[in-house]
Design a protein around this ligand. Structure first.
Ligand SMILES: Nc1ncnc2c1ncn2[C@@H]1O[C@H](COP(=O)(O)OP(=O)(O)OP(=O)(O)O)[C@@H](O)[C@H]1O
Ligand SMILES: [Mg+2]
Length: 262
């Protein structure tokens, strides 16, 4: 469980100070999904960095399971990130010179997983995102949607507790966006992840069970009930899930093709 208390972040450059976050209080239960939206420059990515332990607040605390990420040592923080937190970005951030499988394996290196097991688990993670046939491809040999699937596999191969996503569909067309969202929804549910996602896409924000709007470093929370999920909508239409139609993504097909939402 996350508990953020009075989280403030100031960036100082020369004489200028930007207050990116101004006293954020927020609790996120295990297994919850939270979508964060708001105007550009409002502080969304900064908040995600605090939650992911990528940077520390100027004031306030970010507790994950009772441990304050703003105060633990750099070594402990690096370890905690490697074990518990998977992150995906708008621009995928894959290493261009590595294959899909090698990119996914990089997440297991800091955990000391042996090479043979790394290869096996990376292949399994890529199969679970529908890329079992693309293990040896370089990022440049994959479509944008496929590259994001590799990044998702890399985030999840270590079986993290938390998945963070900063505009994961920002570089994708609408059809691919829906595929990726259905995949993320399915994985969130399957793994019981705590799933926190920044998006500019209001059609995604509308479906979120819980919505945080960040403006000028301040937060407003809206509970939207169960939300209307991608998969549910697809199943309700009696249409095959787009992910299945596009890429033959087995998990989504199996989970949602039968017309049962959750
Ligand atoms: N490293 C930094 N140094 C100085 N200022 C920063 C830094 N990172 C962010 N800021 C400033 O903090 C504010 C919040 O930035 P942030 O990236 O969190 O916004 P955002 O809501 O993610 O915007 P966008 O929707 O454009 O991604 C902005 O005014 C930005 O210029
Ligand atoms: Mg941002």
């Amino acid at each position: 469980m996350y508990r953020l208390t009075g989280v403030t972040k100031r960036y100082t450059r020369g004489k200028e100070t930007v207050e990116a976050l101004r006293g954020i209080d927020l609790t996120i239960e295990d297994g919850d999904q939270l979508v964060i939206q708001g105007p550009t420059g409002g502080g969304k990515s900064t908040l995600l960095q605090m939650i992911g332990g990528l940077d520390r607040p100027t004031e306030g605390s970010v507790e994950l399971d009772g441990e304050d990420l703003s105060r633990i040592s750099e070594t402990k923080l690096t370890r905690l990130r490697a074990e518990k937190i998977g992150i995906i970005f708008q621009s995928f951030n894959l290493i261009p010179t590595l294959t899909a499988q090698e990119n996914v394996e990089t997440a297991l290196v800091p955990l000391g997983v042996k090479p043979a097991e790394r290869r096996e688990r990376a292949a399994e993670a890529l199969r679970s995102v529908g890329l079992g046939e693309r293990l040896g491809h370089a990022p440049s040999e994959l479509s944008g949607g496929q590259q994001q699937r590799v990044a998702i596999a890399r985030a999840l191969v270590k079986k993290p507790k938390v998945l963070l996503a900063d505009e994961p569909t920002g570089n994708l067309d609408e059809g691919t966006r829906d595929d990726i969202m259905a995949l993320l929804e399915g994985l969130w549910h399957e793994y019981g992840l705590t799933f926190i996602m920044v998006t500019h896409d209001s059609s995604i924000a509308r479906r979120a069970p819980r919505l945080a709007t960040i403006k000028a470093g301040q937060i407003t929370l809206t509970e939207q009930g169960g939300g209307q999920r991608y998969a549910q909508q697809a199943a309700g239409n009696g249409q095959p899930q787009q992910a299945a139609a596009h890429g033959g993504q087995p998990y989504v097909q199996q989970q949602y093709g039968g017309g049962q939402g959750y």
